[in-house]
Design a protein around this ligand. Structure first.
Ligand code: BEZ
Length: 406
Protein backbone atom coordinates (compact mmCIF):
# COMPACT_ATOMS: atom_id res chain seq x y z
CA UNK A 1 0.00 0.00 0.00
CA UNK A 2 1.17 3.53 -0.83
CA UNK A 3 2.36 5.59 2.19
CA UNK A 4 -0.29 8.35 1.66
CA UNK A 5 -3.09 5.85 1.56
CA UNK A 6 -1.81 4.35 4.76
CA UNK A 7 -1.66 7.80 6.37
CA UNK A 8 -5.32 8.51 5.42
CA UNK A 9 -6.28 5.21 6.92
CA UNK A 10 -4.45 6.08 10.12
CA UNK A 11 -6.71 9.09 10.59
CA UNK A 12 -9.86 7.23 9.72
CA UNK A 13 -9.46 4.49 12.30
CA UNK A 14 -8.90 4.37 16.00
CA UNK A 15 -5.22 5.14 16.44
CA UNK A 16 -4.31 2.30 18.78
CA UNK A 17 -5.76 -0.40 16.53
CA UNK A 18 -4.31 0.97 13.32
CA UNK A 19 -0.86 1.54 14.76
CA UNK A 20 -0.71 -2.17 15.42
CA UNK A 21 -2.05 -2.93 11.97
CA UNK A 22 0.36 -0.60 10.22
CA UNK A 23 3.38 -1.94 11.97
CA UNK A 24 2.34 -5.49 11.05
CA UNK A 25 1.97 -4.48 7.42
CA UNK A 26 5.24 -2.60 7.24
CA UNK A 27 7.05 -5.37 9.07
CA UNK A 28 5.77 -8.13 6.82
CA UNK A 29 5.68 -6.14 3.57
CA UNK A 30 3.02 -8.67 2.67
CA UNK A 31 -0.75 -8.82 2.60
CA UNK A 32 -2.62 -5.60 1.75
CA UNK A 33 -4.22 -3.89 4.75
CA UNK A 34 -7.90 -4.28 3.94
CA UNK A 35 -9.23 -4.55 7.50
CA UNK A 36 -8.41 -3.42 10.99
CA UNK A 37 -7.25 -6.01 13.47
CA UNK A 38 -10.23 -8.19 14.38
CA UNK A 39 -11.85 -7.41 17.70
CA UNK A 40 -13.15 -11.01 17.89
CA UNK A 41 -16.39 -12.72 17.04
CA UNK A 42 -19.23 -11.18 19.01
CA UNK A 43 -22.63 -12.56 19.89
CA UNK A 44 -24.20 -14.82 17.29
CA UNK A 45 -21.18 -15.39 15.05
CA UNK A 46 -19.13 -18.50 14.61
CA UNK A 47 -15.85 -18.99 16.46
CA UNK A 48 -13.20 -18.58 13.76
CA UNK A 49 -10.16 -20.84 14.09
CA UNK A 50 -7.15 -20.39 11.79
CA UNK A 51 -4.84 -23.39 11.38
CA UNK A 52 -1.34 -22.36 10.37
CA UNK A 53 0.39 -25.70 10.03
CA UNK A 54 2.72 -27.58 7.68
CA UNK A 55 0.72 -29.66 5.20
CA UNK A 56 3.69 -30.31 2.90
CA UNK A 57 7.34 -31.23 3.52
CA UNK A 58 9.07 -33.23 6.25
CA UNK A 59 6.58 -32.09 8.94
CA UNK A 60 3.38 -32.61 6.86
CA UNK A 61 2.15 -35.60 8.91
CA UNK A 62 2.64 -33.61 12.12
CA UNK A 63 0.41 -30.78 10.89
CA UNK A 64 -2.33 -33.17 9.85
CA UNK A 65 -2.26 -34.99 13.20
CA UNK A 66 -2.60 -31.67 15.06
CA UNK A 67 -5.60 -30.65 12.95
CA UNK A 68 -7.16 -34.10 13.39
CA UNK A 69 -6.83 -33.91 17.17
CA UNK A 70 -8.23 -30.38 17.33
CA UNK A 71 -11.23 -31.19 15.15
CA UNK A 72 -11.96 -34.37 17.06
CA UNK A 73 -12.31 -32.50 20.35
CA UNK A 74 -14.62 -29.94 18.74
CA UNK A 75 -16.70 -32.77 17.23
CA UNK A 76 -16.99 -34.31 20.68
CA UNK A 77 -18.56 -30.99 21.81
CA UNK A 78 -21.19 -31.23 19.06
CA UNK A 79 -19.09 -29.09 16.70
CA UNK A 80 -19.29 -26.08 19.04
CA UNK A 81 -17.05 -24.03 21.34
CA UNK A 82 -18.66 -21.73 23.87
CA UNK A 83 -22.00 -22.71 22.37
CA UNK A 84 -21.05 -21.38 18.93
CA UNK A 85 -20.39 -23.24 15.69
CA UNK A 86 -16.74 -23.31 14.67
CA UNK A 87 -15.49 -22.15 11.28
CA UNK A 88 -12.01 -23.22 10.13
CA UNK A 89 -9.46 -21.45 7.95
CA UNK A 90 -6.20 -23.07 6.82
CA UNK A 91 -2.77 -22.01 5.61
CA UNK A 92 0.07 -24.38 4.70
CA UNK A 93 3.14 -22.80 6.33
CA UNK A 94 5.48 -25.24 4.52
CA UNK A 95 7.80 -25.11 7.57
CA UNK A 96 9.24 -22.01 5.92
CA UNK A 97 10.16 -19.24 8.38
CA UNK A 98 10.51 -16.67 5.57
CA UNK A 99 6.79 -16.99 4.72
CA UNK A 100 5.56 -16.97 8.33
CA UNK A 101 4.69 -13.27 8.80
CA UNK A 102 2.72 -13.11 5.56
CA UNK A 103 0.87 -16.36 6.25
CA UNK A 104 -0.05 -15.35 9.80
CA UNK A 105 -1.17 -11.93 8.56
CA UNK A 106 -3.48 -13.61 6.03
CA UNK A 107 -5.30 -15.53 8.74
CA UNK A 108 -5.53 -12.57 11.10
CA UNK A 109 -6.32 -9.73 8.71
CA UNK A 110 -7.91 -11.33 5.67
CA UNK A 111 -9.81 -14.13 7.42
CA UNK A 112 -10.28 -12.22 10.70
CA UNK A 113 -9.83 -15.36 12.80
CA UNK A 114 -10.44 -15.27 16.55
CA UNK A 115 -7.53 -17.58 17.25
CA UNK A 116 -4.50 -18.85 15.37
CA UNK A 117 -3.58 -22.48 16.06
CA UNK A 118 -0.02 -22.92 14.85
CA UNK A 119 2.53 -24.26 14.34
CA UNK A 120 5.05 -27.13 14.24
CA UNK A 121 8.39 -25.55 13.25
CA UNK A 122 10.17 -23.32 15.79
CA UNK A 123 11.48 -20.86 13.18
CA UNK A 124 8.03 -20.36 11.68
CA UNK A 125 6.67 -19.95 15.20
CA UNK A 126 8.84 -16.89 15.79
CA UNK A 127 7.11 -15.14 12.86
CA UNK A 128 3.64 -16.09 14.09
CA UNK A 129 4.34 -14.91 17.63
CA UNK A 130 5.46 -11.53 16.33
CA UNK A 131 2.34 -11.01 14.19
CA UNK A 132 0.00 -12.34 16.91
CA UNK A 133 1.51 -9.90 19.39
CA UNK A 134 1.26 -6.96 17.00
CA UNK A 135 -2.42 -7.69 16.38
CA UNK A 136 -3.26 -8.87 19.92
CA UNK A 137 -4.66 -12.07 18.43
CA UNK A 138 -5.07 -15.16 20.57
CA UNK A 139 -2.44 -17.76 19.64
CA UNK A 140 -2.28 -21.41 20.71
CA UNK A 141 0.96 -23.17 19.83
CA UNK A 142 0.16 -26.87 19.28
CA UNK A 143 3.75 -28.07 18.84
CA UNK A 144 6.69 -25.75 18.13
CA UNK A 145 8.91 -25.71 21.20
CA UNK A 146 10.80 -22.50 20.57
CA UNK A 147 11.81 -21.39 24.07
CA UNK A 148 11.32 -17.69 23.33
CA UNK A 149 7.53 -18.06 22.87
CA UNK A 150 7.13 -18.76 26.58
CA UNK A 151 10.35 -16.97 27.50
CA UNK A 152 11.39 -13.45 26.49
CA UNK A 153 8.58 -13.18 23.89
CA UNK A 154 5.83 -14.45 26.18
CA UNK A 155 2.60 -12.48 26.16
CA UNK A 156 -0.90 -12.53 27.63
CA UNK A 157 -2.33 -13.77 24.30
CA UNK A 158 0.33 -16.47 23.66
CA UNK A 159 -0.45 -20.01 24.90
CA UNK A 160 1.12 -23.41 24.31
CA UNK A 161 -0.48 -26.88 24.50
CA UNK A 162 2.76 -28.73 23.74
CA UNK A 163 6.22 -28.26 25.35
CA UNK A 164 9.24 -25.99 25.27
CA UNK A 165 12.31 -27.28 23.42
CA UNK A 166 14.18 -27.20 26.71
CA UNK A 167 11.83 -29.68 28.43
CA UNK A 168 12.32 -33.10 26.72
CA UNK A 169 16.07 -32.50 26.35
CA UNK A 170 16.36 -31.64 30.04
CA UNK A 171 14.50 -34.83 30.98
CA UNK A 172 16.88 -36.98 28.91
CA UNK A 173 19.91 -35.23 30.42
CA UNK A 174 18.79 -36.53 33.81
CA UNK A 175 18.23 -40.05 32.55
CA UNK A 176 21.66 -40.41 30.93
CA UNK A 177 23.52 -38.84 33.86
CA UNK A 178 21.71 -41.18 36.27
CA UNK A 179 22.81 -44.11 34.09
CA UNK A 180 26.41 -43.11 34.63
CA UNK A 181 27.08 -41.91 31.07
CA UNK A 182 30.00 -39.48 31.00
CA UNK A 183 30.75 -38.55 27.40
CA UNK A 184 27.93 -37.71 24.99
CA UNK A 185 27.86 -36.37 21.41
CA UNK A 186 24.78 -34.48 20.20
CA UNK A 187 23.46 -34.35 16.65
CA UNK A 188 20.55 -32.21 15.44
CA UNK A 189 19.15 -30.01 12.74
CA UNK A 190 20.69 -26.57 13.06
CA UNK A 191 17.71 -24.47 14.11
CA UNK A 192 16.01 -23.54 17.36
CA UNK A 193 14.32 -26.91 17.99
CA UNK A 194 17.57 -28.86 17.78
CA UNK A 195 19.79 -26.27 19.42
CA UNK A 196 17.44 -25.64 22.34
CA UNK A 197 16.86 -29.38 22.89
CA UNK A 198 20.62 -29.81 23.18
CA UNK A 199 20.80 -26.86 25.56
CA UNK A 200 18.21 -28.43 27.86
CA UNK A 201 19.96 -31.80 27.64
CA UNK A 202 23.33 -30.28 28.41
CA UNK A 203 22.00 -28.29 31.38
CA UNK A 204 20.74 -31.40 33.18
CA UNK A 205 23.50 -33.77 32.01
CA UNK A 206 26.45 -31.55 32.88
CA UNK A 207 24.94 -30.48 36.22
CA UNK A 208 25.20 -34.15 37.21
CA UNK A 209 28.79 -34.58 36.04
CA UNK A 210 28.41 -35.59 32.36
CA UNK A 211 30.10 -33.84 29.45
CA UNK A 212 28.83 -33.05 25.96
CA UNK A 213 32.06 -33.51 24.04
CA UNK A 214 30.84 -32.45 20.59
CA UNK A 215 27.72 -30.76 19.18
CA UNK A 216 27.14 -31.76 15.56
CA UNK A 217 24.45 -30.38 13.26
CA UNK A 218 23.21 -30.05 9.71
CA UNK A 219 20.78 -27.57 8.14
CA UNK A 220 17.01 -28.21 8.32
CA UNK A 221 15.54 -30.23 6.57
CA UNK A 222 18.69 -31.82 5.14
CA UNK A 223 18.83 -35.63 5.48
CA UNK A 224 22.34 -36.33 4.23
CA UNK A 225 23.41 -37.86 7.56
CA UNK A 226 26.23 -40.13 6.41
CA UNK A 227 29.28 -37.94 7.04
CA UNK A 228 28.01 -36.94 10.49
CA UNK A 229 27.25 -40.53 11.46
CA UNK A 230 30.81 -41.45 10.49
CA UNK A 231 32.12 -38.59 12.63
CA UNK A 232 30.06 -39.73 15.64
CA UNK A 233 31.48 -43.24 15.31
CA UNK A 234 35.04 -41.90 15.25
CA UNK A 235 34.43 -39.97 18.53
CA UNK A 236 33.45 -43.18 20.36
CA UNK A 237 31.08 -41.53 22.88
CA UNK A 238 29.19 -43.37 25.65
CA UNK A 239 25.97 -42.29 23.92
CA UNK A 240 24.46 -39.94 21.31
CA UNK A 241 21.56 -37.54 21.95
CA UNK A 242 19.65 -36.35 18.86
CA UNK A 243 16.73 -34.16 17.83
CA UNK A 244 15.00 -35.11 14.59
CA UNK A 245 11.30 -35.36 13.80
CA UNK A 246 8.87 -36.35 11.04
CA UNK A 247 10.30 -37.60 7.74
CA UNK A 248 13.85 -36.67 8.77
CA UNK A 249 13.60 -38.83 11.90
CA UNK A 250 12.54 -41.82 9.82
CA UNK A 251 15.58 -41.45 7.56
CA UNK A 252 18.00 -40.83 10.44
CA UNK A 253 17.00 -43.93 12.42
CA UNK A 254 17.28 -46.10 9.31
CA UNK A 255 20.66 -44.62 8.36
CA UNK A 256 21.95 -45.18 11.91
CA UNK A 257 21.09 -48.87 11.70
CA UNK A 258 22.44 -49.18 8.13
CA UNK A 259 25.76 -47.73 9.33
CA UNK A 260 25.99 -50.62 11.80
CA UNK A 261 25.87 -48.39 14.90
CA UNK A 262 22.57 -49.55 16.39
CA UNK A 263 24.20 -52.14 18.64
CA UNK A 264 27.46 -50.27 19.11
CA UNK A 265 26.66 -46.73 20.34
CA UNK A 266 23.50 -46.14 22.40
CA UNK A 267 21.20 -43.68 20.61
CA UNK A 268 18.81 -41.48 22.59
CA UNK A 269 16.61 -38.56 21.66
CA UNK A 270 13.69 -36.39 22.54
CA UNK A 271 10.60 -38.46 21.74
CA UNK A 272 9.98 -36.84 18.35
CA UNK A 273 12.61 -39.24 17.02
CA UNK A 274 10.15 -42.14 17.23
CA UNK A 275 6.68 -40.55 17.56
CA UNK A 276 4.36 -40.96 14.57
CA UNK A 277 7.26 -42.62 12.72
CA UNK A 278 7.38 -46.24 13.87
CA UNK A 279 5.51 -47.82 10.94
CA UNK A 280 8.09 -46.33 8.57
CA UNK A 281 11.12 -47.00 10.81
CA UNK A 282 10.30 -50.67 11.43
CA UNK A 283 13.11 -52.80 12.85
CA UNK A 284 15.58 -49.89 12.88
CA UNK A 285 13.70 -48.23 15.77
CA UNK A 286 13.26 -51.26 18.02
CA UNK A 287 14.57 -50.70 21.54
CA UNK A 288 15.24 -46.95 21.14
CA UNK A 289 14.64 -44.91 24.29
CA UNK A 290 13.39 -41.34 24.28
CA UNK A 291 11.81 -38.79 26.63
CA UNK A 292 8.51 -37.05 25.91
CA UNK A 293 5.31 -35.79 27.54
CA UNK A 294 3.28 -38.60 25.94
CA UNK A 295 3.74 -42.34 25.61
CA UNK A 296 1.92 -45.53 24.67
CA UNK A 297 0.54 -47.55 27.55
CA UNK A 298 -0.45 -44.71 29.89
CA UNK A 299 -3.21 -46.28 31.86
CA UNK A 300 -5.53 -43.35 32.32
CA UNK A 301 -9.16 -43.44 31.26
CA UNK A 302 -8.87 -40.20 29.31
CA UNK A 303 -6.12 -41.61 27.11
CA UNK A 304 -7.98 -44.86 26.49
CA UNK A 305 -11.11 -43.02 25.35
CA UNK A 306 -9.06 -40.60 23.23
CA UNK A 307 -7.21 -43.40 21.44
CA UNK A 308 -10.37 -45.35 20.76
CA UNK A 309 -12.16 -42.33 19.32
CA UNK A 310 -9.14 -41.25 17.25
CA UNK A 311 -8.72 -44.74 15.75
CA UNK A 312 -12.45 -44.87 14.93
CA UNK A 313 -12.51 -41.39 13.40
CA UNK A 314 -9.28 -41.42 11.39
CA UNK A 315 -8.43 -45.16 11.07
CA UNK A 316 -5.03 -44.27 12.56
CA UNK A 317 -3.27 -44.56 15.89
CA UNK A 318 -2.80 -41.12 17.50
CA UNK A 319 0.63 -39.70 18.32
CA UNK A 320 1.92 -36.82 20.44
CA UNK A 321 0.99 -34.29 17.74
CA UNK A 322 -2.66 -35.43 17.75
CA UNK A 323 -2.69 -35.10 21.55
CA UNK A 324 -1.29 -31.56 21.37
CA UNK A 325 -3.96 -30.59 18.79
CA UNK A 326 -6.68 -32.12 20.95
CA UNK A 327 -5.42 -30.20 23.98
CA UNK A 328 -5.17 -26.95 22.01
CA UNK A 329 -8.93 -27.31 21.42
CA UNK A 330 -9.52 -28.11 25.11
CA UNK A 331 -7.60 -25.00 26.10
CA UNK A 332 -9.58 -22.84 23.69
CA UNK A 333 -12.83 -24.39 24.93
CA UNK A 334 -11.94 -23.32 28.48
CA UNK A 335 -11.72 -19.73 27.26
CA UNK A 336 -14.69 -19.78 24.87
CA UNK A 337 -16.99 -21.48 27.36
CA UNK A 338 -16.20 -18.88 30.03
CA UNK A 339 -17.53 -16.10 27.76
CA UNK A 340 -20.30 -18.16 26.11
CA UNK A 341 -18.59 -17.79 22.75
CA UNK A 342 -18.25 -13.99 22.86
CA UNK A 343 -14.71 -13.86 21.51
CA UNK A 344 -14.54 -10.06 21.94
CA UNK A 345 -14.04 -10.61 25.70
CA UNK A 346 -10.32 -11.31 25.44
CA UNK A 347 -9.27 -10.58 29.03
CA UNK A 348 -11.93 -13.00 30.32
CA UNK A 349 -10.92 -15.65 27.77
CA UNK A 350 -7.27 -15.33 28.78
CA UNK A 351 -8.11 -15.52 32.48
CA UNK A 352 -10.09 -18.74 31.97
CA UNK A 353 -7.35 -20.29 29.82
CA UNK A 354 -4.70 -19.43 32.39
CA UNK A 355 -6.73 -21.14 35.11
CA UNK A 356 -7.56 -24.24 33.05
CA UNK A 357 -6.65 -27.72 34.21
CA UNK A 358 -6.45 -29.57 30.91
CA UNK A 359 -7.69 -33.15 31.15
CA UNK A 360 -5.18 -34.40 28.59
CA UNK A 361 -4.59 -37.96 27.32
CA UNK A 362 -0.96 -37.36 28.47
CA UNK A 363 -2.22 -36.83 32.05
CA UNK A 364 -3.84 -33.66 33.38
CA UNK A 365 -1.72 -30.51 33.20
CA UNK A 366 -1.87 -26.86 34.18
CA UNK A 367 -0.06 -23.92 32.61
CA UNK A 368 2.90 -22.07 34.03
CA UNK A 369 2.78 -18.30 34.47
CA UNK A 370 4.37 -18.06 31.00
CA UNK A 371 1.51 -20.23 29.55
CA UNK A 372 3.57 -23.39 28.95
CA UNK A 373 2.38 -26.83 30.18
CA UNK A 374 3.77 -28.05 33.51
CA UNK A 375 3.80 -31.76 32.83
CA UNK A 376 5.39 -35.14 33.43
CA UNK A 377 8.12 -36.34 31.06
CA UNK A 378 8.08 -40.05 30.39
CA UNK A 379 10.97 -42.33 29.52
CA UNK A 380 9.73 -44.54 26.68
CA UNK A 381 11.13 -47.55 24.86
CA UNK A 382 10.17 -48.67 21.36
CA UNK A 383 8.52 -52.07 21.37
CA UNK A 384 6.87 -53.09 18.09
CA UNK A 385 4.76 -50.15 16.97
CA UNK A 386 4.66 -48.49 20.37
CA UNK A 387 6.69 -46.02 22.41
CA UNK A 388 5.93 -47.92 25.60
CA UNK A 389 6.14 -45.96 28.83
CA UNK A 390 8.91 -47.22 31.16
CA UNK A 391 8.78 -44.65 33.94
CA UNK A 392 8.32 -40.95 34.67
CA UNK A 393 11.75 -39.39 33.99
CA UNK A 394 10.90 -36.01 35.53
CA UNK A 395 7.64 -35.23 37.28
CA UNK A 396 5.73 -31.96 36.75
CA UNK A 397 8.57 -30.35 34.82
CA UNK A 398 8.13 -26.60 34.32
CA UNK A 399 10.11 -24.68 31.72
CA UNK A 400 12.24 -22.06 33.51
CA UNK A 401 10.66 -19.33 31.29
CA UNK A 402 13.83 -17.27 31.39
CA UNK A 403 13.18 -13.70 30.34
CA UNK A 404 9.38 -13.89 30.53
CA UNK A 405 7.75 -10.90 32.23
CA UNK A 406 4.06 -11.61 32.67
C1 BEZ B 1 10.07 -27.54 16.41
O1 BEZ B 1 10.51 -27.04 15.37
O2 BEZ B 1 9.90 -26.88 17.44
C2 BEZ B 1 9.70 -28.99 16.42
C3 BEZ B 1 9.39 -29.65 15.25
C4 BEZ B 1 9.03 -30.97 15.29
C5 BEZ B 1 8.95 -31.65 16.48
C6 BEZ B 1 9.26 -30.99 17.65
C7 BEZ B 1 9.65 -29.66 17.63
Amino acid sequence: MHRNALRRLLHARRLSVVTLAASALLATGGVALAQTAPAGTAAGGKVKVGFMLPYTGTYAALGTAIENGFRMYVQQQGGKLGGRDVEYFKVDDESDPAKAPENATKLIRRDQVDVVVGTVHSGVQMGIVKVAKENNTLLIIPNAGVDEATGPLCGPNIFRSSFSNWQPGYAMGHVLADRGMKKVVTLTWKYAAGEQSVKGFKEAFEAKGGKVVKELSLPFPNVEFQALITEVASLKPDAVFVFFAGGGAVKFVKDWQAAGLKDKIPLYGSGFLTDGTLDAQGAAAQGLETTLHYADGLSNARDKAFRLDYAKTYKLQPDVYAVQGYDAAQLLAAGANAVKGDMTRKPDIIKAMEAAKVDSPRGAFTLSKAHNPVQDFYLRKVDGRENKVSTVAVKALADPARGCRL
